[in-house]
Design a protein around this ligand. Structure first.
Ligand SMILES: Nc1ncnc2c1ncn2[C@@H]1O[C@H](COP(=O)(O)OP(=O)(O)OP(=O)(O)O)[C@@H](O)[C@H]1O
Length: 240
């Protein structure tokens, strides 16, 4: 029996996220604050999509929506064609576990400090119901320029090495999408440069990467750049 086809081979894959008129309000003691206004955006299934904008423009809020941590107050969100707004909490959690990874700003927030480097990769894979065999552990470490550190505790790594390992954990999880919030903001320039190489490795492995950043070097990696100001989408540039 032949597999059903979804279209000619040249068709690009469906967007990994489709946001339609998304708005997010926060309740505060002073009343509601609208952090994101009416954002309509497609996030391609390949390459880097950058959410760029000054502090307070809504980048982290949108990442929390894409990471299925927060529900939009208005509008719709589809992930790989599925309307996530209609999913029950357990189904949202399962989707997050199997399909998505997060890389936070602070490198230590991405790792378990009581485990070795290799065990962090294995634990990350298990958290997505996967295995990370020995060859994969050493392959990931080599590609991230961390060869020889497998037995080290993560506290022995520099901040930049820890952040690369954070991206390595996303690879070990086999996620389709990696969402990273200001991943270079705590790093010096040389360490940040090597984090860029980790992002490129994810792209090479056909992971969709969404970066919230104001680091121009990360913005330059974007095949699509969505510029935000005060919670509104100003423009979307690029392709992919
Ligand atoms: N939990 C919250 N409760 C109330 N207001 C919030 C909350 N989180 C964010 N905001 C407000 O929403 C707006 C957008 O914040 P957000 O953190 O998404 O912006 P950002 O672009 O990621 O900023 P930064 O670059 O400083 O992280 C800001 O006005 C912020 O004060």
């Amino acid at each position: 029996m032949t597999e059903p086809t979804t279209g000619p081979e040249s068709d690009p894959p469906a967007p990994v996220f489709e946001l339609r008129g998304v708005g997010v309000d926060y309740r505060t003691p002073a009343g509601p604050v609208t952090a994101v206004h009416d954002v309509t955006l497609d996030v391609p299934a390949r390459g880097v999509t950058v959410l760029a904008g000054p502090s307070g423009s809504g980048k982290s809020t949108l990442l929390r929506v894409l990471g299925l941590f927060d529900r939009p107050s208005r509008g719709g969100l589809r992930h790989a064609g599925t309307d996530v707004g209609t999913l029950r909490p357990a189904a949202r959690r399962a989707l997050r576990r199997r399909r998505l990874s997060q890389v936070f700003q602070n490198p230590t927030d991405n790792l378990l400090d009581f485990l070795s480097v290799g065990d962090n990769l294995r634990a990350a894979a298990r958290s997505a119901d996967r295995d990370c065999p020995a060859a994969e552990v050493s392959g990931i470490l080599e590609r991230l320029d961390l060869a020889g550190t497998e037995e080290w505790k993560v506290g022995a790594l520099s901040g930049g090495q820890q952040q690369r390992l954070g991206f390595g954990c996303a690879l070990a999880r086999g996620s389709a999408v990696v969402l990273a919030d200001e991943p270079t903001s705590q790093l010096d320039e040389a360490s940040a440069d090597r984090v860029l190489a980790a992002v490129r490795l994810l792209v090479e492995r056909e992971v969709a990467v969404v970066l919230a950043t104001h680091d121009p070097r990360l913005v330059a990696l974007g095949s699509r750049v969505a510029r935000l100001r005060a919670g509104s989408l100003l423009e979307v540039t690029g392709h992919g």
